[in-house]
Design a protein around this ligand. Structure first.
Ligand code: PLP
Length: 399
């Protein structure tokens, strides 16, 4: 093709992201390389997506072999890898059935639709409210941004969809209000990721779950970020000792190949009859292969068990770091979803880290978010601490 048709200087992209001026062209394990061959330690995992590290062998091999077979057929026909993935997901969880789509927002849209049609089928409730929580993040579609109780996500997009009521998170005093609202469902994250890495308190979840179970309110857990081993168990709900009715997954499910999923208990899942919901691409042979190979790797390599030691090591090293840098006000999160809370805006820390060839994220203005691959080694954790110390030294001694 005529190269002049794709000049590098011109940007024809919409301006909806504030991108850093760097391009990565290769990834392997916990590292990525830019176009000049510089190597970076990646503690973002592409925002909790590359949980097995970059280009994991088993997933790569299965995808390459699928690439030469068939890519797409549509959900008009049976797709064996999609069935296999659904079976495996339901075998390793408390759910009975799966629906596949392409992203986290779509998985949450599916959950919202399922909760509504389930209520309709039961014929019990006129009130179709779904309760969500402050600082949540459920996606950017109109439905999911309406479920997301953050002004900055909704701003400019009025009218947002009706049918959502927001309560404050980890707040016992609002549980009575929840009973008064009597919603069809509550939807929440067990560690609020984008909202600032805020873990739910166990006692609060216990109380919330008990009210919901007593009143027939569905428990929808958004595990788009917390799922696939991120918090130290395959799914975060396992650590809270209850069974949700529905969970949603996406980010880590396909190791970087786009795929989302909703898992549900049978009696609820059955509200989706033919024609009620669908997706052209959802769970196509390539996506389902990526998801299946990812989950198979979790099982065959016992990734969750394996990273227990790394989690403990990283947290202890972070506490050491905090004793050298008291600017770190708090370390919070679960497993490999970690927030370092500072008193001021952290954008300079993230920018400085890039100069040190370290990729980290923020979550809100004052929180540095760490999302290392679950396959990270102790040596790489040491390397991270070294780089992070240099960053903090530079930022706080020159402040
Ligand atoms: C990222 C995220 C989403 C949205 O996922 P997309 O794939 O970007 O649509 C939804 N919920 C949570 C908790 C997330 O972290």
């Amino acid at each position: 093709m005529d190269k002049s048709l794709m000049t590098k200087e011109k940007s024809s992209l919409m301006n909806n992201y504030s991108r850093l001026p760097i391009t990565f062209v290769k990834g392997e394990g916990s590292f990525v390389w830019d176009e000049h061959g510089d190597k970076f330690l990646d503690f973002t995992s592409g925002i909790a997506v590359c949980n097995l590290g970059h280009v994991p062998d088993q997933v790569k091999e299965k995808l390459m072999s699928q690439l030469s077979q068939i890519w797409h057929t549509s959900n008009l026909y049976e797709i064996q890898s999609q069935k296999d993935l659904a079976n495996l997901l339901t075998n390793v969880s408390v759910f009975d059935q799966a629906f596949f789509c392409n992203s986290g927002a779509e998985a949450n849209e599916a959950a919202i639709k399922l909760a509504r049609i389930f209520a309709e089928k039961k014929g019990e409730k006129q009130n179709r409210t779904i309760v969500t929580f402050e600082h949540s993040f459920h996606g950017r579609t109109l439905g999911t941004l309406s479920a997301t109780a953050q002004e900055k996500i909704q701003k400019g997009f009025a009218p947002i969809l009706p049918g959502f009521t927001y309560l404050s998170y980890n707040d016992f005093s609002q549980l009575e209000t929840l009973q008064e609202i009597d919603p069809i469902a509550v939807m929440f994250e067990l560690v609020q990721g984008e909202g600032g890495v805020i873990p739910a308190e166990k006692e609060w979840i216990d109380a919330l779950v008990s009210i919901c179970k007593q009143n027939g309110i569905l428990l929808i857990v958004d595990e788009v970020q917390t799922g696939m081993g991120r918090t130290g168990t395959l799914f975060a709900y396992e650590q809270y000792g209850f069974e949700p009715d529905v969970i949603t997954l996406a980010k880590g499910l396909g190791s970087g190949f786009p795929i989302g999923a909703m898992l549900a208990k049978k009696e609820i899942a059955e509200a989706f009859a033919p024609g009620t919901h669908g997706s052209t691409f959802g769970g196509n042979p390539l996506a389902a292969t990526a998801g299946l190979a990812t989950l198979q790797t979790f099982i065959s390599e016992d990734i969750v068990k394996h990273c227990e030691e790394q989690i403990e090591y990283l947290w202890s090293k972070l506490h050491e770091l905090q004793s050298s840098f008291t600017e770190i006000k708090e370390i919070r999160g679960k497993g490999m979803l970690i927030g370092l809370v500072f008193a001021d805006n952290v954008s300079n820390i993230v920018a400085k880290a890039l100069e040190e060839k370290l990729l980290i994220l923020s979550a809100g203005a004052q929180v540095v978010r760490l999302l290392p691959p679950l396959t990270v080694t102790k040596k790489e954790i040491d390397c991270f601490i070294e780089k992070m110390s240099a960053v903090l030294k530079d930022v706080f001694t020159n402040a």
